[in-house]
Design a protein around this ligand. Structure first.
Ligand SMILES: Cc1cc2nc3c(=O)[nH]c(=O)nc-3n(C[C@H](O)[C@H](O)[C@H](O)COP(=O)(O)OP(=O)(O)OC[C@H]3O[C@@H](n4cnc5c(N)ncnc54)[C@H](O)[C@@H]3O)c2cc1C
Length: 464
């Protein structure tokens, strides 16, 4: 298919891996798995590739598969509305208007940084940036820096900036489970073998997939994860001598309830004399002083917000409208839901990538995306072959599916682990997690199931 455009508000492909350039940025799923199955890459120089390599890989795949030429860069979607009479999406962008038969929303749950509304932050006289908007022009050497947040990004950049800064005050709302990262340099000879024998590359991917799936069993049976906590505790014990610091870093919920973190350098960095861990969230900022909820204070030159992303209130949901002018965000009322995480009733011919309840705590987003793309492509082929003008998932099908997902979640570690995580939406409902195995995801979301949809015929022109 060639009659499509990709609207991209930035000036390059790569998404997450274009935007996040903070020191130490890398994936936390092994690279043979964190890549497309149809475009294996024998050139990864680390088991867990770093951001520059992942970005280069994505640019290369996009060019090789002829996608880059279809991308309209610096073109932000501002509004898309379904026109029932036209049976088309009317898409408005910062660079003009399009009409389209199909709309595929791949705006990325990790695209929009979450900036906390802290009293006094706007008046802070020093430098402030979010980890996803790293200011490389600001020299951190010799500076007093406050880091707010201890999630996946902070765990990666804190060890990198700690040796450079004069002082680092780390504000930790919740202690995290951090496991050792089985990362290593991939020797040249191993890369040559992977290049020469693609079967080895496939075997590596399968082995990594099975390893992650084995871990995935634990997410559905939290008692298994409680056994893995022994590894987390041993890692903490081996790297942090100070019992008070260790206590502050010890989580009080089941491993896996929040996103699992991997690092060999994070805990050691926190033991250095220029680091102070405040085991509390931040209450506000007063002049150049950051104040914790416990009243602890840190006067700093720079604040780095490692506060995550707007995952379950993605801005794009406020920009996509049904035929009557109601947005997706209005439909959802704070609790995103979609049939198979992909289709929403009232939004014909639209598909969401990495939509609600497809998240896993362990596997690769590429795997989820490929499962969804198989579904979307089979829908497109079916629509085209049958000459349909639109397909709209039936509301009762979507509701039954949603009920099935929600009924399966309470026993998973995401819901039962005793924590508050970004998996929970504004209403306290888990709208992020997939409660079953990824094998089940792949078989369930493999092929377009037209019986679940209301089909409109009457047009036979080619689907565009
Ligand atoms: C630092 C970091 C590390 C991560 N590590 C992992 C990992 O190890 N394993 C894993 O599985 N996942 C990881 N993730 C999640 C990661 O986001 C996904 O794996 C994957 O990259 C998502 O790809 P995507 O194409 O769906 O979204 P993105 O990569 O976010 O791309 C979305 C694109 O849409 C564009 N866009 C958004 N809104 C608009 C608009 N209105 N108009 C036009 N363009 C728009 C954006 O500019 C962006 O280029 C990580 C995320 C972050 C932030």
């Amino acid at each position: 298919m060639t009659d499509f455009v990709v609207l991209e508000k930035a000036d390059d492909v790569g998404g997450t891996w274009r935007a996040n350039t903070y020191p130490g940025c890398a994936c936390d799923v092994p690279s043979a798995l964190y890549s497309y199955s149809f475009a294996p890459n024998p050139e990864w120089t680390r088991a867990f590739a770093t951001q520059p390599e992942i970005h280069a890989y994505l640019r290369d795949v996009s060019a090789r598969y002829g996608v880059t030429g279809h991308v309209r860069f610096r073109t932000e979607l501002t509004r898309a509305q379904w026109d029932d009479a036209l049976q088309r999406w009317v898409v408005e962008t910062t660079r003009g208007r399009y009409t389209a038969r199909l709309l595929i929303a791949g705006a990325g749950p990790w695209n929009e940084p979450l900036v906390p509304e802290l009293p006094g932050l706007l008046d802070f006289p020093g430098e402030v940036f979010h980890s996803a908007w790293w200011n490389h022009d600001y020299d951190l050497r010799g500076k007093r820096v406050a880091v707010l947040g201890t999630g996946a990004s902070a765990v990666q950049f804190v060890p990198r900036i700690q040796p450079r800064v004069a002082r680092l005050d780390l504000f930790q709302r919740t202690a995290q489970w951090v496991l050792p990262k089985p990362d290593h340099h991939v020797p040249r000879v191993e890369r040559a073998l992977l290049r020469r024998f693609p079967v080895l590359q496939r075997a590596l991917r399968s082995a990594e997939y099975l390893g992650m799936e084995a871990l995935g069993v634990g997410f559905r049976h939290p008692s298994v994860l409680r056994a893995i906590q022994v590894v987390g505790r041993a890692h903490l014990l081996a790297t942090v001598r100070d019992p008070e610091l260790r206590r502050a870093l010890t989580p009080d919920y089941t491993l896996g309830c929040k996103r699992l973190l991997f690092s060999n350098e994070y805990y050691p960095a926190l033991t250095r004399p220029n680091v102070l861990v405040h085991p509390h969230a931040v209450r506000g900022v007063d002049g150049s002083t950051v104040i914790g909820t416990d009243g602890s204070r840190a006067e700093v030159d720079c604040i780095v917000l490692a506060t995550g992303f707007r995952i379950l209130d993605m801005p794009v949901a406020g920009r996509v409208f049904d035929a009557s002018g109601r947005s997706l965000a209005d439909h959802w009322q704070g609790s995103p839901s979609a049939y198979l995480g992909t289709a929403v009733s009232g939004f014909p011919n639209a598909f969401l990538l990495l939509g609600p309840n497809l998240g896993t705590g362990h596997s690769s987003a590429f795997m989820i995306l490929e499962a969804q793309l198989a579904y979307v492509m089979s829908a497109v082929r079916r629509i085209r072959a049958a000459g349909w003008s639109s397909v709209d998932v039936r509301p009762e099908v979507q509701a039954a599916y949603d009920a099935e997902v929600q009924a399966a979640l309470p026993t998973t570690v995401y819901n039962a682990g005793g924590c508050s995580s970004y998996y929970l939406d504004a209403n306290g409902r888990n709208s992020f997690s997939w409660p079953w195995s990824t094998g089940r995801m792949r078989s369930r979301i493999r092929e377009f199931d037209e019986g679940a949809y209301t089909v409109r015929t009457g047009e036979t022109s080619t689907v565009r």
